[in-house]
Ligand binder design. Structure first.
Ligand code: ATP
Ligand code: MG
Ligand code: FE
Length: 339
């Protein structure tokens, strides 16, 4: 079975072909980071235009690298949401056109289901499974009892983890996207500032990062007034220590409470060195198996969309020709719809 995946929800134009749900035949990502850098973030209109310019080239390269043709494909899987509506539409329309012209089934995929299924390209899932999703727009703890089943047991009440990284990076005047840059700095600094940890109510698996972001801004401001200076490395290390401690601790508690077999980490922030190290230390010697995608599959790509699409396809889910971009697509509603 070959599934073609297409992803255009934000600022990467991506296509991939996955064999039997778990094996990468080809995986092409055209990033637009350079075009958005000077604006300090993703500009939706520019993103849509780049997707239009890139999608055909990216698809051609994907087929060429796999040595396959559209006739070899069993289904076309595409991110239908969430994301930027104009960006999503480019992928959805490309997928519809290809599937229709070649008489192939079409499958709609939730972007976060994709991030989670990036891990299945590494190893087969065992349920129950807990996924920590930490991306640019999402921070969630998701319990899965079976394939295609997503129960959110905790989520951020304000900023997403990746968003907090990007905002703190902007405060330090680092270029977009700031997450990887803060990660680098943190590896060379000491966490000398004791920033707050947002534990919230007892037993809550929710997150909050906006208070931490404000604490960073206030600390920098007050230090400046006192004529004191922190190194960027120290700010980054202290900020990261706070983010990572809360993520790891809540994931560990939830893993124990739900007795899961596997814990997987997904989304752009799963690339973070500090988070990977702290998770590994915490779960060392535990019966629970810990998994991360390779760094290249943490941020947006279409291999993960094809991997999630393969499961949906095999569960019998088919999109109709009126499939539309859904910028606010809800994960649990998506999962129920697929039942
Ligand atoms: P979503 O998936 O929620 O729709 P998105 O697709 O924009 O959002 P991703 O592509 O999954 O997000 O991840 C991008 C985010 O990951 C950015 O916020 C980026 O700063 C962050 N990020 C990437 N690498 C690292 C890293 N090494 N450390 C911390 N953050 C990182
Ligand atoms: Mg991106
Ligand atoms: Fe993403």
């Amino acid at each position: 079975e070959y599934i073609l995946g297409i992803e255009t929800s934000c600022d990467e134009t991506a296509a991939a072909i996955i064999k039997d749900g778990r094996e990468i035949a080809s995986n092409v990502v055209a990033s637009q980071i350079e075009s958005h850098k000077r604006f300090g973030g993703v500009v939706p209109e520019i993103a849509s235009r780049h997707h239009v310019e890139q999608i055909t080239l990216v698809l051609e390269e994907t087929f060429e690298k796999a040595g396959l043709k559209m006739e070899d494909i069993d289904a076309v899987a595409v991110t239908e949401g969430p994301g930027l509506v104009g960006a999503l539409l480019v992928g959805v329309n490309a997928a519809k056109a290809l599937a229709f012209a070649h008489n192939k089934p079409l499958v709609g995929v939730h972007h976060i289901a994709g991030h989670i299924y990036a891990n299945r390209l590494v190893k087969e899932f065992e349920f129950p499974l807990l996924a920590l999703v930490v991306s640019g727009g999402h921070t969630e703890l998701i319990l899965m009892e079976e394939h295609g089943d997503f129960n959110i047991i905790g989520e951020t009440r304000d900023d997403a983890a990746g968003e907090a990284y990007d905002k703190v990076a902007r405060t330090l005047k680092l270029p977009y996207p700031g997450g990887p840059k803060i990660d680098q700095l943190a590896q060379n600094g000491e966490p000398v500032i004791d920033f707050p940890r947002a534990w919230l109510e007892d037993g809550s698996y929710d997150f909050s990062f906006s208070g931490l972001k404000s604490a960073v801004i206030n600390t920098l401001h007050n230090a400046k007034q006192r004529g004191q200076e922190y190194k960027n490395e120290e700010i980054a290390a202290s900020f990261q220590a706070s983010v990572v401690e809360v993520l790891v601790e809540k994931t560990y508690r939830a893993a124990n409470q739900y007795g899961v077999k596997q814990v997987i980490v997904a989304g752009g922030v799963a690339a973070n060195k500090g988070l990977r190290n702290a998770m590994e230390a915490k779960f060392k010697g535990e019966a629970t198996e810990l998994m991360f995608p390779p760094i290249s599959l943490c941020t947006d790509n279409a291999a993960m969309i094809a991997a999630a699409g393969s499961i949906a396809f095999n569960q019998g889910h088919r999109a109709t020709w009126d499939l539309n971009a859904n910028p606010g697509l809800d994960l649990e509603r998506y999962a129920r719809r697929k039942k």
